[in-house]
Write a protein that binds this ligand. Structure first.
Ligand code: NDP
Length: 243
């Protein structure tokens, strides 16, 4: 069993919940975030009971600095030194750029990109004290190539990719790894907006012929956590051969 600790943002469901479960299985002490406090508490209770690990619940909006600052203080007090930060929380927005208002734009950027800046700021400050730590950002293939009708989302994930590469360089001398996983299509609530017909069409586009499961992203996260420390500043695409 591991005695490492990890903070996973957006762990109430989907990829974040699967990553939390994968780390709980390995014995990690966890802190999990998300806005839905009840769902988060239920998740934490379930993980604590099944894997006999402490699981700290940190409900709130990860795009806000007051929340992130408080969350890291709670981690210091209740979980101890942080080994792993998984920046996963995110929202999608599908629509024409010309019809998007600035508040909608800001919400996407704040939730998907500012959140990563804030968690890296407070998380890395702690990791730097020990010259040790790993940060994994959950990004998207749209951050690599851009998607029509998802300009804000693509911009936010492109920002996450650039931040990953820059911060990887900045923190490498301090033995802190920063990498990102650029996901293709993962079977989560985020994609429930698609009709069955649209889903089939998307599956046909992917050489693997299907959406990935959140568990597969969790497996990728676990593999990255095992990677040699020389592996940093990288954006790894996991898309079934799609893009
Ligand atoms: P889900 O919608 O299933 O889950 C999103 C998670 O983020 C939830 O736990 C949600 O919790 C949390 N969240 C959203 N906004 C906030 C906020 N402001 N503050 C705190 N938590 C928040 O999506 P996925 O699991 O699919 O997505 C996870 C990540 O993976 C995202 O960054 C997404 O962009 C990325 N991704 C997903 C892909 C996919 O095909 N599904 C493809 C590529 C990337 P709550 O609602 O309780 O706040």
């Amino acid at each position: 069993m591991s005695s490492y600790s990890a903070f996973i943002t957006g762990a109430t469901r989907g990829i974040g919940a699967a990553v939390a479960e994968g780390l709980a299985q390995k014995g990690y002490r966890l802190a999990i975030g998300g806005r839905d406090g009840q769902r988060l508490s239920d998740k934490a209770e379930d993980l604590s009971n099944r894997y006999h690990i402490p699981c700290l619940v940190l409900p709130g909006d990860v795009g806000r600095e007051d929340y992130v600052k408080q969350a890291f203080q709670s981690i210091d007090e209740k979980l101890g030194p942080l080994d792993v930060l998984i920046n996963n929380a995110g929202i999608s927005y599908i629509g024409l750029l010309t019809e998007m208002d600035v508040l909608e734009w800001e919400q996407v950027i704040q939730t998907n990109l500012t959140s990563v800046f804030l968690c890296c700021k407070y998380g890395a400050a702690r990791m730097l004290q020990r010259k040790s730590g790993k940060i994994i950002n959950i990004s998207s293939v749209w951050g690599n190539v851009g998607a029509s009708c998802e300009a804000a989302y693509s911009a936010s994930k492109g920002g996450v990719n650039a931040l990953t590469k820059a911060l990887g360089k900045e923190l490498a001398p301090s033995q802190i790894q920063v990498n990102a996983i650029a996901c293709g299509i993962i079977d989560t609530e985020m994609n429930q907006c698609f009709s069955l017909e649209e889903r089939r069409a998307l599956e046909d586009e992917v050489p693997c012929g299907r959406f990935a499961s959140p568990k597969e992203v969790s497996q990728m996260v676990n593999s990255l956590l095992e990677a040699p420390s020389y592996f940093t500043g990288q954006v790894i695409t996991m898309d079934g051969g799609w893009i």
